[in-house]
Design a protein around this ligand. Structure first.
Ligand code: NDP
Ligand code: F7E
Length: 320
């Protein structure tokens, strides 16, 4: 198969591209500088020229709670444009298979826990990331609509919070896990007496290692169409990807302090937003299709901290 991976230099896209290459697929890739996916004409020309057998859509404007809250216009515009261009132009170029990556933030802020796929569109979204979530919901619905009208095989996976090598460690725009690895590491090196975490520490999050996410993506892409159809519904076709277990942000901070070897105090800045109180995925749909996560949070944190230590020079100059 010739597979176009959009976002192949991102944390997830590069892991998926490596997995595809390892199983013998030919990976087609373009950097952001080579192909701006918000440019409709450029994406159309690229798809017509390449006509890949399949597309993985792992390019997006991505960020943590503060980035989402600070740049809502950029998050909704860029994500709607990227996914509309890639999905529509793939369809126009005759691409039959596509995998769209959404996010667990598509579910209502106060959805029943763990969150099943059918919680979609049953309530009000979390305000800190509503624009991003609206774009992701539109992506799912676009895939379903092209399947229904044009008999395409466009599948959607909804990852929980992801982490691992090649994550974004910029303290202003990153997600909590890489931010805390960096914060605790820098506090240890500086001998700082305390590390301040954002919010109350009570929100709960589920964390999936990027290698597990890549494996789950390949698994879903490889499912027979009849198996995917049996587990899903034409108008509720997305599949949750997670571990099925969560921790509080305070518990996460304590785990990271342990991995890093930081022994000072941990305090809270409650002027920062908490976001969704809890986001735990119900992963039974994916489980019934034969996949489950294998990298525990303890092991994943060790692995990610090692990667951070090996690459920390490349973060100098970014916010700290
Ligand atoms: N990280 C997480 O915790 C989660 C991620 N997801 C989803 O997983 C997917 C991958 O995320 P992740 O790997 O973490 O994100 P990254 O930010 O690491 O990667 C995103 C990639 O998309 C590229 N990109 C962004 N805008 C454009 C554009 N206009 N044209 C071309 N390329 C572009 C980026 O290139 P460049 O850097 O050069 O701009 C980057 O390589 C996304 O769909 C995201 O929404 C879902 C849930 C959680
Ligand atoms: C993947 C997911 O990611 C985002 O949603 P989020 O889960 O709320 O994101 P987050 O990882 O940034 O924060 C999780 C929790 O952690 C707390 N927190 C403590 N200290 C730091 C800290 O230093 N940085 C950050 N970022 N958060 C911190 C923070 O206050 C919050 O309570 C959205 O982009 C959303 O769209 C999305 O899809």
């Amino acid at each position: 198969m010739r597979v176009y991976v959009a976002g192949h230099r991102g944390m997830v896209g590069r892991a998926i591209a490596a997995g595809l290459a390892a199983r013998g697929d030919e990976v087609i890739a373009r950097t952001h500088a080579e192909l701006d996916l918000t440019d409709q004409a450029a994406v159309a020309a690229f798809m017509q020229d390449q006509k890949p057998d399949a597309v993985v859509l792992a390019a997006a404007r991505v960020g943590g709670i503060q980035a989402n809250n600070s740049y809502p216009g950029q998050f909704i515009y860029e994500n709607l444009m990227i996914q509309s261009n890639v999905i529509h132009q793939a369809h126009k170029a005759g691409v039959q298979q596509l995998l769209f990556l959404g996010s667990s933030c598509i579910y209502p802020r106060l959805a029943d826990q763990p969150m099943r796929e059918d919680a979609l569109l049953t309530g009000t979204l979390e305000p800190t990331n509503e624009p991003y979530a609206i774009a992701k919901i539109a992506g799912i619905k676009m895939c379903e609509s092209y399947n229904r009208e044009y008999s395409r095989d466009y599948r959607s996976v909804m990852p929980t919070n992801l982490y691992g090598p090649h994550d974004n460690f910029d303290l202003e725009t990153s997600h909590v896990l890489p931010a805390l690895i960096r914060r605790f590491h820098e506090a240890k090196v500086a001998g700082a007496p305390e590390v301040v975490i954002w919010g109350t520490g009570t929100p709960r999050r589920e964390f999936l290692h990027v290698e597990d996410m890549a494996a789950a993506s390949l698994h879903v892409m490889g499912l027979r169409a009849e198996d995917y159809a049996r587990a899903t519904d034409p108008m509720l076709s997305h599949i949750n990807v997670g571990t099925g277990a969560d921790v509080s942000i305070s518990e996460l901070a304590q785990m990271i302090a342990g991995v890093v070897g930081y022994e000072g105090a941990i305090t809270q800045d409650t002027t920062k937003p908490d976001g969704t109180p809890r986001k735990l995925m119900d992963v039974s749909r994916l489980g019934s299709l034969g996949w489950q996560a294998s990298i525990g949070l303890g092991q994943g944190l060790q692995d990610t901290y090692r990667w951070f230590l090996d690459h920390q020079d490349s973060f100098k100059g970014h916010a700290s």
